[in-house]
Design a protein around this ligand. Structure first.
Ligand SMILES: C[S@@+](CC[C@H](N)C(=O)[O-])C[C@H]1O[C@@H](n2cnc3c(N)ncnc32)[C@H](O)[C@@H]1O
Length: 238
């Protein structure tokens, strides 16, 4: 795998926080993150879908959710470049009795997918697109391996939108509480400061919708979840 210095740093960081990643996810999001992933699957999966690729899969929560919902004969591939994350996914997969489908796990770079064109019914990414060296490049690579009529699914934190109290409180939590708890539990000096910074640097919803079109996708869903803390995007490959 040939990676840029930035991607190498990101890979090292996620490798280091892997042991506490799930615990922090559940604690810091007050478990709302599991609901968001379920919603992503519900809004993207169609009868007859067979092959799903989940990029930046981390410890596998979204891949496992697709595996639970796909019928027999389905196939899910979870892909990530941080091996410690994938090891945790592997353990979770062994324990996941509810899944009809057993996901495959692949260590690779999301910007250089080891697949031919038009292989998958769904290509998803949850909280991963913002970490890639190029958002548009990432979307283009996702669209490339999606079959015409298949869907590209992006679940991502969103830059602040609503001046509503709940959102302001969350912003406060995100910028000040989260980095402190994150540092305490993960013992990583910067990873949980990087999180709010990377969200603020991510393109706003309207720009992401444009980028999806530029990548050859017809946007079907661009929906804010939980007062706009996260946004779900689903685009159909033309
Ligand atoms: C915030 S985690 C999200 C994990 C999971 N999708 C979830 O919903 O919890 C981001 C993941 O993206 C992975 N990642 C970042 N850049 C990547 C790249 N270029 N190729 C593959 N994985 C990447 C990291 O290793 C990390 O596991």
């Amino acid at each position: 795998m040939t990676l840029s210095p930035h991607a190498t740093e990101i890979r090292r960081m996620f490798g280091a926080v892997a042991p506490t990643y799930d615990l922090l996810n559940r604690t810091l999001s007050l478990r709302v993150d599991t609901r968001w992933r379920r919603r992503a699957v519900r809004e993207s999966l169609r009868p007859g879908d067979r092959r799903v690729l989940d990029l930046c899969c981390g410890t596998g929560d979204l891949a496992l959710e697709y595996a639970r919902r796909l019928g027999p004969g389905g196939q899910v591939v979870g892909l990530d470049f941080a091996r410690p994350m994938l090891r945790l996914f592997q353990r979770k997969r062994e324990r996941s009795a509810r899944a009809a489908v057993r996901p495959s796990i692949l260590e690779a770079d999301s910007l250089s997918l080891p697949f031919a064109d038009a292989q998958f019914d769904i290509v998803s990414v949850a909280f991963g697109l913002r970490n890639l060296d190029g958002t548009l490049e990432g979307l283009r690579e996702m669209a490339r391996v999606t079959r015409p009529g298949g869907r590209v699914v992006v679940l991502e934190f969103s830059p602040p939108l609503h001046p509503r109290l709940a959102h302001r409180l969350f912003s406060l939590h995100f910028r000040h509480v989260l980095p402190r708890i994150g540092r305490l539990i993960s013992r990583h000096p910067t990873a949980y400061r990087y999180l709010p910074q990377s969200v603020e640097g991510f393109p706003p919803r309207e720009r992401l919708v444009e980028m999806m079109s530029e990548a050859g996708l017809r946007v079907l869903v661009a929906r804010d979840l939980t007062v706009g803390i996260a946004t779900l995007f689903v685009g159909e490959r033309s």
